[in-house]
Design a protein around this ligand. Structure first.
Ligand SMILES: Cc1cc2nc3c(=O)[nH]c(=O)nc-3n(C[C@H](O)[C@H](O)[C@H](O)COP(=O)(O)O)c2cc1C
Length: 177
């Protein structure tokens, strides 16, 4: 198995974190990897709030648990709050496409790069789509007109067990012509 495939296979959603804090340097490397992700017209429709302050982390954790989900996130040591920004597409593209049409795909790539870099640094992550958006917006001073797209919980995994992946088989999702 090549190195990248190995990394992709090892990355899994981590829902139980150890008490060890995460070094800022590692958090920054995750953002750096995400920043290098591709985007339509190189529009980079993203920004991120990295939450590492031990006083604020539990408040964000509460915001991700408020909808009755994600109770296992309570021990996360940091959060990346990923915000959708306005995409500035090239004029020729903007003429035929609405500005945000590619943004969600771009943001998915941003989040995936971030989680893969985290994995390579020995960190566990869990992408969260379910959270109390108004509450996090208020807590982190994110303007009302901006969409918090995803939250990524991070920390050192409590155990290093790799689960078997549950995925559609290759021949169901892929064909060659
Ligand atoms: C956009 C998105 C939203 C997600 N939201 C949640 C969530 O709110 N809570 C959660 O526990 N996992 C969430 N996940 C994690 C998925 O459940 C997980 O990626 C999937 O089951 C595959 O498992 P793996 O990441 O361990 O390979 C989300 C993943 C993505 C990509």
């Amino acid at each position: 198995m090549g190195d990248f495939l190995e990394l992709a296979a090892k990355r899994q959603s981590c829902r139980s974190f150890s008490d060890k804090p995460v070094e800022r340097e590692k958090l920054l490397k995750c953002v750096e990897a995400a920043r290098l992700a591709p985007s339509a017209c190189n529009s980079q429709p993203w920004s991120v709030v990295v939450v590492e302050d031990p006083k604020v982390v539990p408040l964000v954790a509460e915001g991700t648990m408020q909808l009755g989900a994600n109770s296992y996130i309570k021990d996360a040591k940091a959060f990346f709050v990923v915000v959708e920004e306005t995409a500035k597409l090239m004029p020729a593209v903007a003429k035929i496409c609405e500005s945000q049409v590619f943004a969600r795909g771009d943001l998915g790539g941003f989040a995936l790069s971030l989680t893969l870099e985290a994995e390579s640094l020995g960190l566990g992550t869990c992408i969260l789509g379910l959270f109390d958006r108004p509450r996090l917006r208020e807590l982190l001073n994110i303007p009302a007109e901006k969409n918090i797209f995803l939250v990524v919980a991070a920390g050192y995994p409590r155990d290093g067990k790799i689960r078997e992946k549950s995925r559609k088989p290759l021949d169901e999702i892929c064909r060659f012509v």
